[in-house]
Design a protein around this ligand. Structure first.
Ligand code: CMP
Length: 163
């Protein structure tokens, strides 16, 4: 049976065209169906609300800033000055999609990823524990919630019923 997950390519990976393309190919090679794909750039409030469960953690501020733009759009986009940028979100379908995407990403912490899963995306392309290339839902319930956050017009239930 097909399962849906939400996968995000974070600003650090989107900023590097070769890494972005490599990650897109990896998705296709691993037999994921790309159900929806969207490039977007969060405002601070989106970032704060998506990561609300981490508020209070020592990395919360840097995470929120990394994942969003702070000023209005008229600020010229200079990634190396803003340390942030657009991201790409996917709804992916596959058998065991949630677990499979998480396995491809590897552990959250890049240092750990390099030791325990050297071929994972985060081990290969991650920069730091915050700039760790990708995000993936950690359960089918989170997938449902996160898909609704990124793609409010999409109905998970309707899609699964059709399959
Ligand atoms: P993500 O899977 O999007 O979920 C929470 C994010 O917090 C995580 O990926 C990282 O980008 C970020 N983060 C930053 N520092 C840490 C840390 N020390 N431990 C866990 N997550 C961190």
């Amino acid at each position: 049976v097909l399962q849906l997950t939400l996968a995000v390519i974070k600003p650090d990976a989107v900023a590097h065209p070769l890494i972005l393309e490599t990650l897109h190919q990896k998705i296709l090679e691993n037999n994921f169906i790309v159900v929806r794909k969207k490039d977007l750039w969060w405002r601070r409030k989106d970032s704060e609300s998506f990561y609300a469960e981490h508020s209070g953690r020592f990395f919360y501020q840097r995470l929120v800033e990394f994942m969003s733009r702070q000023g209005p759009m008229i600020i010229i986009y200079i990634p190396c000055l803003l340390y942030s940028g657009p991201m790409r979100a996917y709804i992916l379908a596959r058998e065991d999609a949630v677990a499979h995407w998480r396995e491809l990403m590897g552990p959250t912490k890049v240092y750990r990823a390099r030791y325990t899963a050297p071929n994972s995306v985060r081990a290969l392309y991650g920069l730091t524990d915050t700039r760790n290339t990708t995000h993936g839902s950690d359960s089918t319930e989170s997938a449902k919630r996160e898909i609704a956050f990124f793609f409010p017009e999409f109905s998970v239930q309707q899609w699964l019923d059709k399959e």
